[in-house]
Design a protein around this ligand. Structure first.
Ligand SMILES: Cc1cc2nc3c(=O)[nH]c(=O)nc-3n(C[C@H](O)[C@H](O)[C@H](O)COP(=O)(O)OP(=O)(O)OC[C@H]3O[C@@H](n4cnc5c(N)ncnc54)[C@H](O)[C@@H]3O)c2cc1C
Length: 396
């Protein structure tokens, strides 16, 4: 296919990470073109999450997640204020509900301190109730830096910024990428486009895009659906802000939590169940190609062997309202089945390595004239502005 356009930088993926990267490149006086397969920006992970601006409590000190989350969080608050995007720094409580969680709560507190979270403080059960009168806890942790916003709205504002000095092309899927005479040629729905540099921010498809470009990534994306319930008005009265459990440190998921969204509704979730399609927003969505890819990946089988019990329990919780209610009642015992309504779902792009480990940190690699974002799970929406700056540095 003959090349119809020449560009300096092409970014594949108009999610929050691709768009933040385009903004950071514009700040370097470059003119990026963002290609987005869907008809709108930010409709996959960016538009299907908890909307929480994470403080940076959980991440290993010194990791990309810890450093980019801390920087990105403050940039996100500033950006939302500048662009009048609703957001609030409401803080959150993490609650321990049994003795065996106390050492892990202490470890979280140490991590938070190592990550520079000022004002982080341990709470007695009475102090937990001052924040959340209906929460059950034998101890708690208050994290003042946490907040909520609407990352879909943030992504749309980023896209408007990019359109002013670069370009965002929606409805344009990148099919393949290949090196040709010192540049990268991207075959798209709109013909072949060439660029000096191509940045792959394809989220749930980033591993495929990398492989299609001739890279040999040491991870594959396994899609994990996160299902939410929405609380009825009566149920929502039991939750003032954000109530989180003490997470299981073996997994990068935070555990089912209660979040008062920026629009005032309260969501409960998300769980984490294998999705049989990369866009598997419903349990019944199955993609043969995606299933065959998962089944053919040794890393998946190693992961499944290690965690099959947890996986089955999570799957049962997904099928049984009673089981998911029980998890929520550990946090707020007064919650009842009639308070829960089926809510939205999201699909997480989780990178799994060949040894079957869920990759914990962000993974962003440059190979020749391409940069691949191979793992950008939570808190990548919070950290997006800082991730964009990090990628723009790699792209120099
Ligand atoms: C259930 C859930 C809860 C979460 N909660 C939070 C939270 O509270 N706080 C937080 O900070 N983070 C949270 N996250 C994580 C956060 O949403 C993601 O880390 C972030 O949105 C990743 O952004 P992205 O741009 O990398 O991916 P995406 O938003 O998925 O964007 C990738 C884009 O690339 C496009 N694309 C793919 N292939 C192609 C192609 N070939 N050509 C053109 N375009 C292509 C897709 O259409 C898509 O729009 C959550 C995620 C989930 C799923």
């Amino acid at each position: 296919m003959p090349v119809s356009e020449e560009h300096d930088v092409i970014i594949i993926g108009g999610g929050i990470v691709g768009l933040a990267t385009a903004r950071a490149l514009i700040a370097q006086n470059r003119r990026p073109l963002v290609l987005e397969a869907e008809s709108e920006v930010g409709v996959h992970q960016t538009g299907h999450n908890s909307g929480v601006i994470h403080a940076g409590l959980y991440y290993a000190p010194g990791s990309l997640k810890a450093t980019l989350c801390a920087r990105g969080r403050e940039e996100m608050y500033r950006y939302c204020a500048e662009r009048s995007i609703p957001c609030t720094r409401c803080g959150k409580v993490v609650v321990a509900t049994s003795e065996d969680e106390l050492p892990r709560l202490e470890e979280l507190e140490r991590r938070g301190q190592a990550n520079g979270l000022e004002g982080l403080r341990r709470l007695t059960p009475d102090q937990v109730r001052d924040h959340e009168p209906h929460a059950a806890a034998i101890a708690g942790l208050f994290v003042p830096q946490t907040g909520v916003t609407d990352f879909g709205a943030v992504a749309r504002a980023f896209a408007a910024d990019v359109a002013a000095r670069g370009a965002v092309r929606t409805g344009c899927r990148a099919r393949t990428c290949g090196n040709e005479r010192g540049r990268v040629v991207v075959e798209t729905d709109d013909g072949a486009l060439a660029a000096r540099l191509v940045i792959n921010c394809g989220g749930l498809h980033s591993d495929r895009i990398a492989v299609g470009a001739g890279a040999t990534p040491d991870v594959r994306i396994i899609p994990f659906r996160g299902e939410y319930d929405t609380l009825s008005e009566d149920g929502a009265r039991l939750v003032r802000g954000l109530i989180y459990p003490v997470p299981d440190p073996r997994f990068p998921f935070l555990g089912v939590h209660l979040t008062r969204l920026i629009d005032g509704r309260v969501k409960a979730g998300p769980n984490a169940v294998l999705s049989l399609a990369r866009h598997g927003y419903r349990r019944t969505n199955v993609s043969l190609r995606d299933v065959l890819e998962i089944a053919g990946y040794s890393g998946w089988w190693r992961l499944a062997r290690r965690y099959w019990r947890t996986g089955c329990a999570e799957f049962l919780r997904s099928l049984s309202r009673r089981a998911s209610l029980r998890s929520l009642q550990r946090l707020v015992p007064d919650l009842r089945a009639e308070h829960l309504r089926p809510g939205p779902t999201g699909v997480r792009a989780m990178a799994v390595d060949r040894d079957g480990r869920l990759v914990d940190d962000f993974r962003i690699v440059r190979t020749g004239a391409m940069v691949h974002v191979l793992n950008a799970p939570s808190p990548a929406a919070t950290a997006s502005l800082a991730i964009g700056e990090h990628i723009a540095q790699l792209a120099r």
